[in-house]
Design a protein around this ligand. Structure first.
Ligand code: DGL
Length: 268
């Protein structure tokens, strides 16, 4: 029996998962959340699956210890490497990843168009997105590209529109889109850090492209599964980071789309 007033635990390697938290808050007003950014060990995207599994277990253990009613892996890399592991480790706690919902969002937007998945090296190599997309629609043309610099750019605040950082970001983003600009395309942002580049990507791709990410579909899936039952919940969000609490508070606001209050520094 789930204790409805407990918060939902959410984690990512850093601030990217705040894009998912934002969608969760919109889908479940009044719900309480506890968010952990494992900033001390970011990026996860170029680590081996074994290391990501170890980090994901530690991050979720820190949330489970505080008392949560569900766990959202707001990181594609960790969802690819560790979703079955975490679901088994914490059963019957409901555990949600972001890859299936992202693939569903892209497949329903795609019809017969091409899908380009942009993600971390770990997520691309794992192949879960490619398999999930083809399972949803075997006629899709699916391409996947690793974007190893994007997470760093996003965490450094280069998605913001200052002239200098904007030019650097545009050059790096364009490189990943080579051969795909001005094509009828579904661009699937397969990393929770990437939605902060949405406006820049839309400008670079042109009107024929549709850009999707997994935040909203994940939030709807979680809300549906939990039946939005938050009786007695405080509606508070607790923020934890494993390094750089002040930086997390400052830059994280950009990912969340609103100011972040206190951030507690934790060792996991
Ligand atoms: N935000 C994470 C994801 O969705 C990964 C970032 C990282 O490489 O740590 O894959």
């Amino acid at each position: 029996m789930i204790d409805a007033k407990l918060p939902i635990g959410v984690f990512d390697s850093g601030m990217g998962g705040l894009t998912v938290l934002r969608a969760l808050q919109a889908a479940m007003p009044g719900e309480s959340f506890i968010y952990l950014g494992d900033s001390a060990r970011l990026p996860y995207g170029n680590k081996t699956p074994e290391t990501v599994q170890e980090y994901a277990l530690q991050a979720s253990a820190a949330l489970v210890e505080r008392g949560i009613k569900a766990l959202v892996i707001a990181c594609n890399t960790a969802s690819a490497a560790a979703l079955p592991l975490l679901a088994k480790a914490y059963a019957p706690l409901p555990v949600f990843g972001v890859i299936e919902p992202g693939a569903q969002a892209a497949a329903s937007a795609a019809a017969d168009a091409e899908v380009l998945v942009l993600a971390t090296e770990g997520t691309v190599m794992d192949g879960t997105y490619q398999r999930a997309l083809l399972a949803a629609n075997p006629d899709l043309s699916v391409y996947a590209r690793a974007c190893p610099l994007w997470v760093t750019l996003a965490e450094q605040g280069y998605a913001e529109d200052s002239q200098e950082s904007g030019m650097v970001a545009d050059a790096v983003l364009s490189h990943a889109l080579r051969g795909f600009r001005h094509r009828r395309l579904v661009l699937l942002l397969g990393c929770t850090h990437f939605p902060v580049f949405r406006h820049k990507l839309a400008a670079l791709l042109g009107d024929a492209a549709v850009i999707v990410d997994s935040a909203q579909t994940t939030a709807l899936q979680v809300a549906e599964a939990l039946k939005s039952d938050n009786a007695g919940a405080s509606g508070d969000v607790t923020f934890l980071a494993t390094d750089g609490a002040e930086r997390f508070r400052r830059v994280g606001a950009y990912f969340l789309g609103k100011p972040i209050g206190a951030v507690e520094l934790v060792k996991i």
